[in-house]
Structure formats: structure tokens, C-alpha cells
Design a protein around this ligand. Sequence first.
Ligand code: NAI
Ligand code: MG
Length: 351
Amino acid sequence: MAAQRIAVIPGDGIGVEVTAAARRVLDAVAARHGLAFSYDEYDWSCQRYAREGTMMPADGLDRLRGADAILLGAVGWPGVPDHVSLWGLLIPIRRAFRQYVNLRPIRVFEGVASPVRGAVPGRVDFVVVRENVEGEYSEIGGRLNRGLPDEVAMQEAVFTRAGVTRIVDYAFTLARTRRSYVTSATKSNGIVHTMPFWDEIVAERAAEHPEVRSDSEHIDALAAKLVLQPERFDVIVASNLFGDILSDLAAAVAGSIGIAPSGNIDPTRTYPSMFEPVHGSAPDIAGQGVANPLGAVWSAAMMLDHLGHPQAAADVMAAVEACLLEPGTRTRDVGGTASTDEVVDALLRHL
Ligand code: NAI
Ligand code: MG
């Protein structure tokens, strides 16, 4: 079998540390399962921006195009405005490669104390399906009268029938492989054009998936319920902004943002999908060797699944679970004392 090509973008700060960790785990699991991967590593980052004035080269997207998947660490560093680093690298990749699904699984693992008293380990297991290419994160808008007392900023949200339909269909199809329950995040009481439109399409698609139970919650109430009854959810489908906020909240409920993974997925498989931990570059702990690598490792497991290696992915997740059970093989953010390398060593032992 020809090697599958993986483009690796470690990025900034702990992105570099956790990507190296995920690579070690991938090498081990590939050897065990007889999988062949080849890696192309790119130094696209805020450091590159400081040196050369752009986050990635002009032909960056073309270099990634031929990859089977992209593994990314985290991007962003003090001194480069976050909108510059985000719109110079991550967002162009998500959009050019039509990664319209942002998949964010959340679990409270045995051994990890959630800050939420009711979040019992083993009982909380859901997925946020975030729309990833349209919605509130649009380039449409502008600013007038800069610096004057009558300065104006306007930003248009963009919701298309095609865009909402495909993300909602993805959520319903995913739910059938799980507990067959979809919750739609809305705000149609306050946002009177786009959100009723979203609700209408959710209702249309729900009728096409009668075997899946579904309901709809306003985003504010849903945020409260995620804290109060996190075990109740299975698949949550949300617009770009709502999904972004909900998934960070959910990651906190799960005990640490250091564990949370994500996949930016083109379900049509026309373009490479991209897998990355939810967390950022964490300048406060970068360089100390204490970053939790499990968000990146779980993201790599999602990548293995996407590339057609579900057994290898399951092995990685079993190793993650085993690691979190033992205080000695947990990083500081999840109540342990282990370094990044010690966690990886433990993962390799479990594998
Ligand atoms: P952050 O996720 O980098 O850090 C938030 C807090 O969580 C920090 O206290 C950090 O130490 C902790 N933390 C995060 N990941 C951890 C891990 N793996 N292990 C242990 N602790 C961890 O978010 P912040 O501080 O808002 O952003 C820092 C930079 O990262 C900014 O430039 C931001 O734009 C960028 N960023 C990039 C993302 C991406 O590349 N997808 C996502 C979020 C932020
Ligand atoms: Mg976010």
C-alpha cells in the first residue's frame, strides 16, 4: 500500500510540543498496525510571520492540496494580532479545502475530575458539530469613519440553504452511529432572520431522519444545560460562532481544554481534512515541557479514523484512557505532575 501523506503544521508555542508528541504516538501505532505514513512538515507560524511577513508562503495551500490529511498544533503568539495569525493560516485552510464540518468530541474520562459536580466520569460523551465555513465568521462588512465619533463597524452573518443543510445532515447521520439524538443550537428569539432560517432547515432535515430524536435549544439556555446536565447530550449541531463557544465550554466541563480534540472535515473527501487540538499555543506554559499532549493525540486518533484505520484509532484511545486513570501519567492541568514526554512514554507503553 502506498504511504498516506500527512502534512504537519506544528505552529506556535505548545503547538510544536504537542505535535511532536502526537507524531511519536502515530509512529508507534503505525508500526504495530503495519500502516505507512509519510510526513511533510511546514514551519508556518507567527515566527515565520515575524521573519517573512506572512504566516505561510503564497503557494501554501497548493502544497497542502495533495496531502491525505493535515495535522496542526496551534497558531498564535503575542506580538502578532490573533486575527492576523488566524486569517493568515487556519481560516484559509478551512475554507479553501471546504472543511465545512468542525467535529469536537467531548468526554469526561475516568480519572479526570470535572469542575462540574454532576459530570460523572464515563457518563458524559457527546459531540459538537460546528458549521465551519460560513455563518457569523464572514468577511462581509466593514468600518466607516475610522477614529471619528460617528465611527461604525458592521459585520454580516451568512447562512446559505446548502451550507446549513449539509451540516445538519452530517449531524443527523453521525447521530445514527451514536445514541440517535440531535440538539440544535439556535437563537431564533433574538436573531430574527438567520436563526429562524436555521430552525426551518433543521426541522426539514429532522423529518428526513425519523429514527433520530431531535430538539432545539436557545444558545443561552443550552450553555446552562451543558453545565447542569452534560450527560444528556449526544450530538449538538451549531453555527460557527455558537459551536466555537459551546465547544470551549464543553471542553472545560470535561476537565481540561488540554484534552479536547477537533477535526476540520471535508466529508466529500475532495480535499484533505485537518485535525488539531482545540487549545491554542498557551504562551504561559510554552517551552516548559508540561503541555498536555492528549488533545493532539486524540486529534491524531480522529485522523486515523478518517484515513480508514479505526482499529489503530481505537488502540490510541484505549491508551489515552489508561493514561488518564493513573495520577502519575497525567499532566498538571488534569491533576497530575507528569511532563509531556512522560505522558507520551506512558502512551507508548500502553500501545
Ligand atoms: P490557549 O488554549 O492557548 O490557553 C488557555 C489556557 O489553557 C492557558 O492557561 C493554557 O496554559 C491552558 N492550556 C491550553 N492548552 C493546554 C494544554 N495542552 N495543556 C495544559 N494547559 C493548556 O488559549 P489562549 O491563551 O486564549 O490563546 C493563546 C494563543 O493561541 C492566542 O494567540 C490564540 O489566538 C491562539 N489560539 C489558537 C488556536 C488554534 O490554533 N486553533 C485556538 C485557540 C487559541
Ligand atoms: Mg475556539
